[in-house]
Write a protein that binds this ligand. Structure first.
Ligand SMILES: Cc1cc2nc3c(=O)[nH]c(=O)nc-3n(C[C@H](O)[C@H](O)[C@H](O)COP(=O)(O)O)c2cc1C
Length: 204
């Protein structure tokens, strides 16, 4: 058994070096410091077509669209911990992230239509959401959290927590919060240490 935790960070903002970028990098560094193998994908470097609702995936759990999402499915399934980082765009996640989430309908179909045991019970992953928004609205994260919770559920991933910051707008504003990066690093460490404590079993 390979007990090195595999962590996949998914960067969903188009702004490189921006607020969620800084937070995700720090979360992944924390995970790596705890002994995990952490890797990152940047959705703005991928070509992901929105779901066409052809429902072909209800037959075999596979998506017929031949684009870069085909390479992301196996990476989601191999991970023990998935961290999605997206700023709030119009009270939801970014279009880059939403395209990926909607394409995970193929995984939802494998789990709920085809009852694939690999997605129903066998490998429970941990999921974590990192987000920021420019304003201070009380309900700013509600829509995004629901979307991410059900995205994670589609591939048997528990919504284990989140780091959400309001009032973070200009590039680098997150650095004005003196604790934000250390909170991100601690969250990364904790995800891996919780996994090690067998709250979630790593992939064999
Ligand atoms: C298209 C777009 C929509 C946005 N919608 C919201 C919103 O609904 N609520 C909010 O508080 N901030 C909104 N913002 C502000 C971003 O959440 C904010 O600038 C954030 O810091 C960007 O994060 P990043 O640096 O990681 O890209 C929006 C920004 C853009 C570009």
């Amino acid at each position: 058994m390979n007990d090195v935790a595999k962590v996949l960070g998914i960067f969903g903002s188009p702004r490189r070096g921006g607020n969620t970028d800084l937070l995700l990098k720090e979360t992944l560094k924390g995970a790596a410091a705890e002994g995990a193998r952490a890797e990152e994908i940047r959705l703005c470097d991928f070509r992901i077509t929105p779901c066409r609702e052809c429902l072909s995936c209800f037959n075999d759990g596979a998506c017929v669209i031949p684009d870069d999402m085909q390479g992301i499915y196996p990476r989601l399934l191999k991970a023990d911990i998935v961290i999605l980082a997206s700023p709030i765009f119009f009270y939801g996640i970014t279009g880059w992230a939403k395209a990926m989430v909607d394409r995970s309908q193929a995984l939802w179909a494998r789990k709920y239509k085809l009852h694939d045991p690999a997605l129903e019970t066998e490998h429970k992953r941990k999921g974590f959401f990192v987000s920021v928004g420019g304003t201070k609205g009380q309900r700013m994260f509600e829509g995004a959290v629901l979307t991410v919770r059900y995205f994670f559920d589609a591939f048997n991933t528990e919504y284990s927590g989140d780091l959400l910051f309001r009032g973070v707008d200009a590039c680098g504003d997150i650095l004005k919060n003196p604790d934000a990066l250390s909170q991100a690093s601690s969250a990364g460490r904790k995800l891996v240490s919780d996994l090690r404590m067998n709250k979630v079993r790593p992939v064999p």
